[in-house]
Design a protein around this ligand. Structure first.
Ligand code: IMP
Ligand code: MG
Length: 172
């Protein structure tokens, strides 16, 4: 039977998100900003984040997905939803729920840079280091996670559990 071990409760998540919102709000006080959420996992994080920010931001989403669960290279990643707004010469922050191998993010950085933004930074609620395959600099991190499979607060296991308001570590 699958067990759920509590990982972060509502208050803990709220504090991590508020801290990132404060840092972004002060770093971009005098600059236009576009937040690009990575579907589907970031939809709850992004919606909480923008409501705690004190500066305006344009919002768009991109979708990316691996071809198979055993995807070993970024060539196995495909775009499931393209960018819709014009980001040329704009300041961008990519919003991810969790970075694991880093392959999805590496693919999306290439994709987004092809539209020639003036600046590109990365924000991830969770930075899971154990299986990282690509060297990435994540500018805004909520929490570093050593390992484990997390669900809730937008994160799924086989499309389930995204709706859980708190984060859990799945024990298989
Ligand atoms: P990466 O390409 O290996 O860095 O991971 C890409 C995506 O896999 C993330 O954006 C998540 O959507 C998903 N993912 C990675 N680790 C977890 C996890 O622990 N729980 C739920 N989804 C995960
Ligand atoms: Mg994701």
């Amino acid at each position: 039977m699958t067990e759920f071990e509590p990982f972060l409760n509502r208050d803990e998540i709220h504090r991590l998100v508020a801290d990132i919102a404060d840092r972004i709000s002060s770093d971009y006080k005098n600059n236009d900003l576009v937040l690009i959420g990575v579907l589907k996992g970031s939809f709850i994080f992004l919606s909480d984040l923008v409501r705690q920010m004190t500066i305006p931001a344009e919002i768009d989403f991109v979708g990316a997905s691996s071809y198979g669960a055993d995807a070993q290279s970024s060539e196995n990643i495909r775009l499931t939803k393209p960018l819709q707004i014009d980001i040329r010469d704009k300041r961008i922050i990519i919003i991810e729920d969790i970075v694991d191998t880093g392959l999805t993010l590496a693919y999306l950085i290439d994709y987004i840079e092809s539209f020639k933004p003036s600046n590109l930074k990365i924000c991830a609620l969770l930075d899971k280091r154990e299986r990282r395959q690509v060297d990435l600099e994540i500018d805004y991190v909520g929490k570093i996670v050593e390992k484990g499979f997390l669900v809730g607060y937008g994160l799924d296991y086989a499309e389930r559990y995204r709706n859980l308001p708190e984060l859990y570590c799945l024990k298989f």
